[in-house]
Design a binder for this molecule. Structure first.
Ligand code: GDP
Ligand code: MN
Length: 385
């Protein structure tokens, strides 16, 4: 899960990484109130989970309340690379002398952590890697040994960080590594890490990606999860414990297991159609979850047919069948369902469904047959909604 910049900065603060004083605003008035309280000049920043906000006009300096009001008004609602700005972060502006780059991430191939440090910050690191790879110091860190101040001193020296602030920068890197490991992150990135005109080192931006597998030991991540997606369908799916991704085709897909869901997408496109979503109900799904999944797909107005592809293992096909019957009774399904049921208790499942087969519910033997049927039905449309 990616964090917004303001959440990343809150995360950094817990590990004593210096950030600017600021606040989150969802309205223009609120933005001006925060600007007044942190003191001018301020910087008004779009909170979207993509980089390059500065270039897109989503980061603006304001010296007066009038300017803050104007920028906040312009930035709120702005579209940045397909993300609508719904929140602003307003912080006291920093006088920048130099812009650097620092990050810790996981190098899966090397099975080690990786520090990247460069005095060429403020621009995209991919750009620096392309034009001036020598300018990026890359150092592996063995997680079983940790990261010491003397290792950090070596890195900052090698990177060419100004001598007067090497100690301070090295300390910050050690804190950043602690944040990365103890905070269960996949990535912590500061771009730019700045040297201020009065000689301090400071995180001006924050990119933090949390490792979702560690969610169970971080109840405090709930608040991040709550702001993680603005897509209502994805939010609702998360609450129901479903693994859902919205796509832009018209065949709704439900499968058990991420692998099967992905091959279902492939087979739908092989049959000449396109998927409206990816929905994995997971292993061991029961009737209630199946009904819930159908309800969710049904709320997507793009969906013209629903392909349910179940290969029973731990998930029992009779449970899935019960869920479908339950959904038929409870939900006003706008689209026909094409079902492929195989594996554990598939016979029992088909028996349960036998009385419900109609032009709204079809059962096909193979995955490709089911996909072809679902694609054909989506093409002719004629769902009743
Ligand atoms: P990004 O474009 O999404 O990476 O957003 P950043 O938070 O990195 O901001 C982009 C650029 O805006 C930075 O590289 C800085 O040059 C500039 N910027 C951000 N905050 C300040 C500030 O407090 N003072 C000044 N002078 N410039 C800032
Ligand atoms: Mn940045």
């Amino acid at each position: 899960m990616d964090l917004f910049e303001y959440q990343g900065k809150q995360y950094f603060e817990r590990y004593d990484i210096p950030v600017s004083k600021g606040g989150v605003a969802v309205s223009v008035d609120e933005a001006v109130r925060i600007a007044d309280s942190v003191g001018y000049p301020v910087v008004v920043k779009a909170q979207v989970k993509v980089g390059g906000r500065g270039k897109a006009g989503g980061v603006k300096l304001a010296s007066t309340p009038e300017e803050a009001r104007q920028h906040a008004g312009n930035i709120l609602g702005m579209d940045i690379k397909g993300h609508t700005v719904e929140r602003l972060w307003v912080e006291h502006a920093t006088d920048i002398a130099k812009e650097w780059y620092a990050s810790f991430t996981l190098d899966r191939a090397a099975q080690l952590h990786l520090l990247m440090l460069s005095v060429k910050g403020g621009v995209e690191i991919e750009e620096v890697a392309r034009t001036d790879p020598e300018a990026i110091v890359k150092v592996h860190v063995d997680p079983s040994e940790g990261y010491s101040l003397s290792q950090a001193m070596n890195a900052v020296t090698k990177a060419g960080i100004d001598a007067e602030v090497r100690g301070e920068t090295a300390k910050l890197l050690v804190s950043l590594y602690r944040c990365f490991v103890e905070g269960d992150c996949d990535l912590v990135e500061i771009n730019p890490l700045v040297l201020t005109t009065d000689g301090k080192v400071h995180a001006l931006d924050a990119k933090v990606t949390l490792d979702d597998n560690a969610m169970f030991r971080h109840p405090e991540w709930e608040e991040f999860a709550a702001t993680d997606t603005t897509d209502e369908r994805e939010k609702s799916a998360k609450q129901r414990g479903l693994n859902y991704v919205g796509l832009d085709g018209d065949v709704g897909i439900i499968a058990n297991g991420a692998g099967l869901a992905m091959s279902t997408l492939d087979v739908v496109s092989q049959a000449g159609g396109s998927a409206a979503n990816f929905l994995d109900i997971g292993g061991g799904a029961n009737a209630a979850l199946m009904a819930s999944a159908l309800d969710l797909i049904n709320s997507d107005s793009n969906v013209k047919s629903i392909l349910v592809n179940i290969f029973g293992g731990i998930t029992r096909c009779d449970e899935v069948a019960k869920g479908i019957v339950q959904a038929l009774a409870e939900v006003d399904l706008k689209s026909p369902i094409v079902l492929r049921l195989d594996g554990t208790n598939a016979e029992e499942g088909r028996e349960i469904l036998a009385d419900h087969i109609s032009d709204r519910l079809l059962v096909e033997k193979t995955m490709l047959d089911a996909a072809s049927k679902a694609v054909a039905m989506a093409a002719t449309k004629d769902s009743k909604g």
